[in-house]
Write a protein that binds this ligand. Structure first.
Ligand code: UD1
Length: 339
C-alpha cells in the first residue's frame, strides 16, 4: 500500500513510518519541519534499508497538498501533522485552530478530490478532559479543557460528520495516552525544542546533564505517593497500533475510535525511579505546586483495541525508560547537526 504520513518526520510519525516500511508499504512523508527534523527521516531510511518519498510542505498550503495527491498514487493517509503544546495553545489559540483544524480541512479536501478515503487520525487522551472515570473507555463524552485538546476534539467531530455524510469514508481516531521511549536502536526518538513540557523528555535531559533537576508538579494528589498518575506507552507499541488500525479499517467503512494505552498507570515518582534504574544514575528532583489543569490520574481502558484490532501494548515501563535513555544518551542534543 502507498501511505501518506503527514508529520512523518516527528516523534510518533517517524516511528510509524519505520513500521510501515518494515511492513512492506511505500511511504510519502509530508512535513513542514516545524517541530521535527529531516534527519529523522534519513535515519528511518537507514534503519529500514528503504527510501521514503520525503516532501517538505505545509497543509495550510492547499495547492502543495493537492500536488502530493496528484503526483503520488496514495491509498491511505496517517495524519500526525499538528501542533501539540498545551501551554502554547492557551497563548496562541488562533495559531492552533488554524494549523490543526484548517490544516486537516485542507488535507480532507485534497483527499476528497483524489478519491482517497482511508484516514488514521492522531488524536489524544486529552479529549477526555477532566473525566474521573478510570480506566477511561472510548465511550466517554469528549470534554477537552484547552485549545490544543479542543483542536483534537473538533477534528474528531469533523471526521465523524464526514463519514456520516459520505459512507465511503473509512476513518480511525487513535487516542494516545502518554507516548515515551524510542526505537531500540537509539537512532530515532523524541527531540523536543526548548524546555520539554512532558515528563519523560525532561527526566531524560536531567539524566544526561542538560538540566539540573526534575520539578515534580504536585505531591498532594489523591494517589498512592501523592504524585500524578499517567498511562505511559512505548512509542513502538503506538506505531504497531497504527499498523493494526490500518489493517483493520482497510476493508471497512465508518468511524472507529480506539484508545492506545497500556491500561496501567504509573506515578511521577515511579517514572523517575524507573528512569534512574535504566540510566544507572540518580536523578535529582524537587516538589513544586501542581501544574494548573493537570488531573490526578489518567489511564486507558485498552480493551477495545485488543478485542477489535488484536493489539495490545507489549513493552514495560522499564523498557520504555531503557530505550528512551539509549536514544537520549547517544544523541544528547537530539538530531542537532553537532552530533
Ligand atoms: C500532556 C498534556 C496533554 C498532551 C500530552 C502529550 C497538559 C496538561 N497535558 O499530558 O494534553 O496530550 O501531554 O504528550 O499539559 N510532570 C512533572 N514535571 C514535569 C512534567 C510533568 O511533574 O516537568 C508531571 C505532570 O504533572 C503529570 C505527569 O508528569 O502528572 C505527566 O505529564 P506530561 O508528560 O506533561 O503529560 P500529561 O500532563 O499527561
Amino acid at each position: 500500500m502507498k501511505v501518506l504520513v503527514t508529520g512523518g518526520a516527528g516523534y510518533i510519525g517517524s516511528h510509524t513510518t519505520l513500521g510501515l516500511l518494515e511492513d512492506g508499504h511505500d511511504v510519502i512523508v509530508f512535513d513542514n519541519l516545524a517541530n521535527s527534523s529531516v534527519e529523522a527521516v534519513r535515519r528511518v531510511e537507514e534503519l529500514a534499508g528503504k527510501k521514503v518519498d520525503f516532501r517538505e510542505g505545509n497543509l495550510l498550503d492547499a495547492d502543495a497538498t493537492d500536488m502530493v495527491f496528484a503526483e503520488c498514487d496514495i491509498d491511505a493517509v496517517i495524519h500526525f501533522a499538528g501542533l501539540k503544546a498545551v501551554g502554547e495553545s492557551v497563548e496562541k489559540p488562533l495559531m492552533y485552530y488554524r494549523n490543526n483544524v484548517v490544516g486537516t480541512l485542507n488535507l480532507l479536501d485534497s483527499m476528497e478530490k483524489a478519491g482517497v478515503r482511508h484516514l488514521v487520525f492522531s488524536s489524544s487522551a486529552t479529549v477526555y478532559g477532566a473525566a474521573e472515570h478510570m480506566p477511561l473507555p472510548e465511550s466517554l463524552p469528549l470534554d477537552a479543557t484547552n485549545p490544543y485538546g479542543r483542536t483534537k476534539e473538533q477534528i474528531e467531530d469533523i471526521l465523524s460528520d464526514l463519514s456520516e455524510a459520505d459512507p465511503r469514508w473509512s476513518i480511525t481516531l487513535l487516542r494516545y495516552f502518554n507516548p515515551v521511549g524510542a526505537h531500540e536502536s537509539g537512532q530515532i526518538g523524541e527531540d523536543p525544542q526548548g524546555r520539554p513540557n512532558n515528563l519523560v523528555p525532561f527526566v531524560a535531559q536531567v539524566a544526561v546533564g542538560r538540566r539540573d533537576k526534575v520539578v515534580v508538579f504536585g505531591n498532594d494528589y489523591p494517589t498512592a505517593d501523592g504524585t500524578g498518575v499517567r498511562d505511559y506507552i512505548h512509542v513502538m507499541d503506538l506505531a504497531a497500533g497504527h499498523l493494526a488500525a490500518l489493517r483493520y479499517m482497510w476493508k471497512k467503512t465508518g468511524t472507529f475510535r480506539w484508545n492506545l494505552g497500556t491500561g496501567r498507570g504509573s506515578s511521577v515518582l515511579e517514572v523517575i525511579e524507573a528512569f534512574s534504574e535504566a540510566a544507572g544514575r540518580s536523578i535529582p528532583y524537587e516538589f513544586a505546586p501542581r501544574r494548573p489543569g493537570d488531573a490526578a490520574r489518567s489511564y486507558a481502558d485498552a480493551s477495545a483495541a485488543l478485542t477489535h484490532l488484536g493489539w495490545s501494548a507489549q513493552r514495560s515501563l522499564a523498557e520504555m525508560c531503557e530505550d528512551h535513555w539509549r536514544w537520549q544518551s547517544s544523541n544528547p542534543s537530539g538530531f542537532a547537526r553537532e552530533n
